[in-house]
Each structure stands twice: as C-alpha cells, then as structure tokens.
Design a protein around this ligand. Sequence first.
Ligand code: BES
Ligand code: MN
Ligand code: ZN
Length: 484
Amino acid sequence: MQITVQHGDILRAPADLAVLVTFEATPLPAEVAALLEAADYSGRFRQTTLLYPRNAVAPRRLLLIGLGTLAAVTPDALRQVAAIAAQRARELGVATFTISPQVGLALPPAVVAQAFAEGLALGAYSYNRYRTELSSEQTFTVAGATIFSADVAETLRGVATGQTVARAVAFARDLANGPGNVITPAALGQAALELGQRSALRVTVLEKPQLTEQGFGGILAVGQGSANEPRFIVIEHGAQAAGQPTLCLVGKGVTFDTGGISIKPADKMDEMKMDMGGAAAVFGAMQAVAELGLPLHIVGIVCAAENMPSATAYRPGDIITTLSGKTIEVLNTDAEGRIVLADGLFYAQRYEPAAIIDLATLTGAIMVALGAHATGLMGTSQPLADRLVQAGEATGERVWQLPLWDEYRDSMKSEIADLKNAGTRHGGAINAAGFLAAFVGDYPWCHLDIAGTAWVDHPLKAYQTHGATGVGVRLLVAFLQAYV
Ligand code: BES
Ligand code: MN
Ligand code: ZN
C-alpha cells in the first residue's frame, strides 16, 4: 500500500472513503455530528460507523472509528484503528482512501504516523502464497492511503519508519507462516543470503561439514535426525563502523519441531512450523536496522535445525558436547530449543557484546504462565530487562519479566553431565532460561520466550491475521532505536 501525506482538512478533500478516527467524550466536528444519531456512536475503542454524507462533506463515504478517550490513546490503539481502516477499505473495494485523527491528539506526529503506517500495512497483510483459488476480496488490494496531518514533514518521517518496520514484520510473518517442507534450515540460510544481498548485510551461513569441524554439537545433535541438514547463520550490520556497541540477537530456528524421539501428540503439531519464530524475528529486525541505518553493531545469529524422530535422531539419555565444551544430558528430545541456543549463545560471546538477547518459541510453560498477551522475559541484566520491557510498552508487544534466581540454574544440573536439558514441569519456562544462562558467560543477557505470542489462531489485535504474528520485530527495532 502506498502511503502519502497531505496538509488540510480531510472533510474538504474529495475521496471514495475518508476515515476519521475519533475520541470518546470529545465532540465530533459539527458537520459530522449532523450526519448521525448521537446515541449510535460514542467513539469507544474500535467502534465503527459508516456514513454516506451525500455531499454534506467532500468524501463519498465517511468511516468513523473510535479510539476511546483522548487521554488513554496509545500508539498501539492507533495501529489497531489503522488496521481496521485498511480492512474496511478492502471490504468496500475502494482503491484509495484518506485517514486522519480528529484534532486534539497530543502524541508527536511522527509517532502517530509510524503507528498509522504500521497498522495500514499490517492490517492489509494476508498469507496467500499457497492459495491457487482466490476470491475477488482476497485478490483485491487497497492501492493507497493518504494521511492528513498538520505537520507533513514529521508525518512523512514517521510513515517512512513505519513502512520499513511493517515490511520487516511481514518478512518475519512470511518466514514463520511458511511450511516445514519449504522453510527448511537450508531455506533459512538462503533467505539470509538474499537478505544480505538486498540490505547490504554481511552474512555467513555454516553448513553441516563446517558445524562438525567447528564443534557445534548442540545444533548437530538436534538436526541429526532430519534429512534437512542444520545451518548456523550470522547476519551482521555495522561491522565496519568502529566504536559502536555490539548487540547480539540470537534466534531459535527450529524449522519443524516434532519433538523428536520424545514425540509430540498429533493435535496441533502442524503449528510447530512456527518454531523458528525467534529466527524470523531476528531476520526481520536485521532487515529493518539495515534500512534504518542504525548506528550500532548488530549481530543476528540463527540456530537452524529440524527436530525429527528417525533412525539417526538423537535420543533420550544421549550426552552431547556443545560448542562451549559443556556437556548436556538429553532427558527429553522435545526440549531441543535450548540445545540449539546453547551453541548460538556461546558463539555470541566472541563479539564481547554489550548485550545478548535471544528470542525463542521455547516452552509451553510460558503460555501457561502468561497466555498469549505477553512475551516472557528472563535475564541476567536488570537494566537490559528494563529497556526491553520499556520497548514492549512502546510497541504494544508486551514483555513480562519472571525471576531467574540461582536455584533455577541449579535445577538444570545433571548427575552425569554438566547440564540436563529438562527439569521439572513446574516453573518450566524459567528452568529453560536457567539452562540458557550457562552459555552466556558474564555478558548482559535477556531471553525472550515468545512461545505464547508468535502465533495466533484468531487475531488478538486488528493488525494480526491467523498465523504468525512476527512478534519481536517491532520490539527489537524499538529497543535498538532507543539504545542508540
Ligand atoms: N517448541 C516447543 C515449545 C512450544 C510449545 C512453542 C507450544 C510454541 C507452542 C519446545 O521445543 C518444547 O517442546 N518445549 C517443551 C519442553 C519440555 C519438554 C521440557 C515444552 O514446553 O513442553
Ligand atoms: Mn520441542
Ligand atoms: Zn521447539
């Protein structure tokens, strides 16, 4: 969707559809109030009313969308109403529309514009790659939207950022929605190389012989049961600029998680194609930081493997030696994410980073704890955790911290190896983090468990659609922008 910006009054500009985003308990413009029964529309959050003004104002159709009370408006609310606008425009079959908030909004124009641009683009997102028969509504795309604003320059700036971020989210969603037979570890490697080409990022993809030679025992063990060989992927932004802090983003890239020999139940196993949602977030974030030209050294690291049961699969009881030299007793082959991350987190230490952040669809336990409304955070650096929680508030990709006391790490010690990969069910998400902590040395580190937030059967927000959410991309970009 092309987004343009215009100065002036949205009610005076001819359009097939104008979307006026209004506040509860704030009077509507008189010419709009005259078009409806006051009792029918209060402007409460997400309420909509479609009006046909018949020349009372310039637009042919006028869609009112409520934001709730002025004081309570957040960027996420703007993102949601913009998504609703894009969806209604598609339903109505209008090629272009205009949109504006009612006057009085106190948020900075660039913030409003970024949220609008993200909502418009993501509201129009749908994953149609494998549909060969599309209805006319599915093939119809809204070509453009014009945002009306009193500050054109700032609005243009926000739109540009929002479009970059939305493209990155769509990229992550496309990867995570991709089926396991297509999005293999090799395909992730290929996607990284293509990303490097188009965004001028330095990309290294290690294949199985190199992983063997260099001792990536964790990734190799998880991947050994699959005909789709594992990959280790490094995507680097800003390596040439000296003196900037280095931040490592590590993503779990399990392209399909059957559970392995400790096989999962059949019900909903198909959704385990999204077990590379952490990797997808890293891909998206790397694309965005490159496009935004952030003055930071950012290293994206993806541990890609497929977890299959087979004659060559790793088994419960196996003891594996990871890249770090630390050994892991495998008690459950379904706790594979922490094993691949062990290598990726240890690898990150070579950059002597100011921070390591990993993103992983790691545990069902985080869904038990937080449901679908927050990503779980555990880590070793409170200032880093605070920054991520802050980014979560700013983006609506909410993050909630859980404790990581020493006892949780101790619970992952093995009787016969350095660590075991599964502890008790109780506190399962934190036990997993306690395991990961063994591989980050003394570097400031936070782990984001996105198992509950990476996928939605039914959208929780208007800018989501069934399937992958691309969670983590907007969070990381906001975190990194604030880090500069
Ligand atoms: N990929 C799963 C976690 C998951 C579950 C992600 C549901 C998204 C939705 C992970 O590899 C896993 O299987 N974890 C196990 C760990 C257990 C065996 C210690 C779990 O959470 O049950
Ligand atoms: Mn698993
Ligand atoms: Zn998994």
